[in-house]
Design a protein around this ligand. Structure first.
Ligand SMILES: Cc1cc2nc3c(=O)[nH]c(=O)nc-3n(C[C@H](O)[C@H](O)[C@H](O)COP(=O)(O)O)c2cc1C
Length: 373
């Protein structure tokens, strides 16, 4: 593997992914890089993601990783030519990136912010976005067929969106399997985080340090059951709603179409906006729970997991987001809050490069898929 390809992949691996699952595997074949879907088949994971073959949350993350790779490639004089789902018989092959040396390529200014981009779950200042900040976020999406962004920063809309987003917190703390899923992604100590290198290190959740002990109790379902009887899940949701209100504004990403490739494209767009926000000194926090869970309400898993009333609330929540932003239902892929806030209290880890990247022989000499070998 050349130094340039290694550099490009190192930047790709910095990309955000839902619950920091890093659901990818990368195969280098000469000058081409293949991106494979390694999402878990765990039914709980697929609840947030559709199914392994149609995993919207993972597709967004793949898009973010592809964007990181192509932004990084420009700094070494390459244009990344991307083929989405190039083999219809192989839906787990998400994309092939061909790196083409091109003297006309200029380094993308967003490349300087690949390392600094981070999820910030803290409260932000309630100051609406300045014109220049708004323009910077919107311009990150110019001239690209990757999707569309919409922003809102009036107080009434912010408050309504905060209320809808906090439904996810209520569900996490009141549904046993969802609670188990989320808590299984928290790493409580630096040591545990260094060992696992997926999921969230506790300080990245922006919970005040004194809640550590209480959270230790909340990870036990027997404790949560008592808590639920006393309305603890509603209290947590309210507390989160207050934090979500502390935002400069909210944004959504709209899909350019409804194919899996469109989810990947809008993931690229999302990462561009996130990098542009980072360049402006703005913090960003995805709040995608309600949107993703609402996609599953008609699936078997969704019907098993949620009561009729909960499914209804999820649908109303995602319809509400669309109404507030003035869009038709079904085209929103991503909801986030944005604003100026104190730096987050920690950063998530990443799996080691060697575990995620493999060098393979050119295709004529190789088996079709790493999964088949
Ligand atoms: C598709 C997608 C959905 C996400 N949804 C949420 C969310 O609903 N709530 C949240 O707190 N973080 C969410 N995140 C942020 C991830 O948890 C975060 O990117 C990951 O833990 C890595 O941390 P980093 O962004 O600081 O590198 C989401 C990220 C992606 C890519």
């Amino acid at each position: 593997m050349t130094d340039d390809i290694r550099f490009v992949l190192e930047q790709a691996l910095r990309a955000p992914s839902g619950d920091n699952t890093q659901p990818w595997r990368w195969v280098v074949r000469g000058e081409s890089i293949e991106l494979w879907n390694e999402s878990s088949d765990d039914p709980l994971h697929t609840l947030y993601s559709g199914s392994r073959d149609n995993s919207q949350a993972s597709y967004l993350s793949f898009g973010a990783a592809i964007e990181n790779a192509s932004v990084a490639a420009t700094t070494r004089g390459y244009r990344a030519e991307i083929s989405y789902f190039p083999d219809p018989a192989c839906p787990l092959l998400i994309a092939v990136l061909a790196l083409l040396k091109d003297p006309s390529v200029a380094p993308d200014p967003l490349a300087d912010f690949l390392a600094a981009r981070v999820t910030n779950r803290r409260p932000y200042r309630r100051v609406p976005l300045a014109d220049a900040e708004r323009a910077a976020l919107l311009s990150a999406t110019e001239d690209r067929a990757l999707g569309e962004i919409k922003l809102l920063d009036d107080r009434q809309s912010v408050a309504k969106l905060a209320t809808i987003a906090s439904l996810h917190d209520e569900l996490i703390f009141s549904i046993k399997r969802l609670h188990a899923y989320i808590f299984s992604h928290i790493n409580w100590t630096r040591r545990e985080d260094d060992r696992r290198r997926i999921g969230f290190y506790f300080p990245t959740l922006a919970a005040p340090p004194f809640t550590w002990g209480f959270m230790q109790l909340m990870r036990h379902w027997w404790f949560m059951r008592i808590g639920i009887a006393c309305g603890l899940h509603r209290f947590i949701s309210l507390e989160q709603r207050i934090i979500y209100r502390e935002s400069g504004g909210y944004g959504i990403m709209l899909l350019p179409g409804d194919s899996p490739a469109d989810w990947v494209r809008v993931g690229r767009l999302t990462e561009r906006v996130w990098l542009a926000a980072t360049r402006e000194g703005l913090s960003l926090h995805p709040l995608n729970g309600v949107i993703l869970l609402s996609l599953s309400v008609e699936t078997e898993e969704g019907k098993r997991m949620f009561s009729r009333a909960q499914r209804q609330r999820l649908v109303e929540g995602s319809e509400g987001i669309a109404r507030i932003f003035g869009v038709e239902r079904g085209r929103i892929a991503f909801l986030f809050r944005v604003g100026r806030g104190r730096a987050p209290g920690g950063r998530t880890s990443r799996l080691p490069f060697e575990r995620l990247v493999e060098v393979a022989a050119p295709l004529e000499h190789a088996a079709r898929s790493p999964h088949e070998r």
